[in-house]
Design a binder for this molecule. Structure first.
Ligand SMILES: CC(C)(COP(=O)(O)OP(=O)(O)OC[C@H]1O[C@@H](n2cnc3c(N)ncnc32)[C@H](O)[C@@H]1OP(=O)(O)O)[C@@H](O)C(=O)NCCC(=O)NCCS
Length: 184
């Protein structure tokens, strides 16, 4: 068999990651089904935390997505988070996730948290809480959150955290994200 200097093996090709990304509430049917598919991929398959990722909170929750665009057209949901009120003024965020390939790519997680808290503020939020996996506690501190309590959830250590609302939004909303423009 002839030997080539340029073997075509899988590692020759890396996945194309677009920098044309938009964070916004899920509006289209395909965005909502992609949103649930991403949550399933992360929390049921990758982390194996939840056999069934959907729950009753989803009936009243607002889904927020990060949409990857290709050639200027919306193409794929690569980030997700949900927000919901538990009583007047008190809002919760949850199911925050970014598709594996897009993690640490272009502040997608930060932009999702920025939009989640800011959107809740628009809707009358006076307090915004989330139970966060312990490994992500330091990351949330950088996004203007403080820790309130520690707890066990789904057999994993979690921290109840609160967003400092006067710091939100800490980056522009509904903007195309790009690696060229980073905000902290
Ligand atoms: C947590 C998560 C949403 C972050 O999304 P992301 O798009 O990768 O994060 P961003 O690009 O906005 O931020 C990345 C930055 O945070 C840092 N960072 C990422 N995860 C971190 C962690 N767990 N602890 C501390 N810092 C972290 C990175 O080093 C990077 O720093 P830089 O901005 O100086 O380069 C993503 O890793 C994820 O989906 N994880 C799996 C699901 C999950 O754990 N969800 C959270 C449940 S509480």
């Amino acid at each position: 068999m002839a030997e080539h200097a340029f073997a075509l093996v899988d590692s020759t090709f890396t996945e194309f990651l677009t920098d044309d990304l938009l964070v916004k509430p899920a509006e289209q049917a395909w965005e909502k089904s992609d949103y649930y598919a991403l949550r399933r991929a992360v929390f049921s398959q990758e982390q194996q935390l939840l056999a069934q990722d959907k729950d009753d909170k989803d009936f009243g929750a607002l889904p927020i997505v990060a949409v990857a665009h290709h050639c200027g057209m919306p193409d794929q949901v690569i980030g997700a988070v949900r927000i919901y009120p538990s009583e007047p003024g008190l809002w919760y965020g949850g199911r925050l996730c970014v598709a594996r390939a897009y993690r640490r790519h272009a502040m997608i997680g930060k932009a999702l948290v920025n939009e989640a808290v800011s959107r809740a503020l628009d809707l009358g939020c006076e307090r915004f809480l989330a139970t966060v996996q312990v490994v992500n506690e330091a990351w949330f501190h950088r996004l203007h959150w403080r820790s309130l309590d520690t707890l066990q959830l789904l057999g994993q250590p979690h921290v109840l955290m609160e967003a400092q609302l006067d710091a939100y939004p800490f980056m522009p909303r509904r903007v195309a994200l790009s690696r060229a423009r980073r905000h902290d």
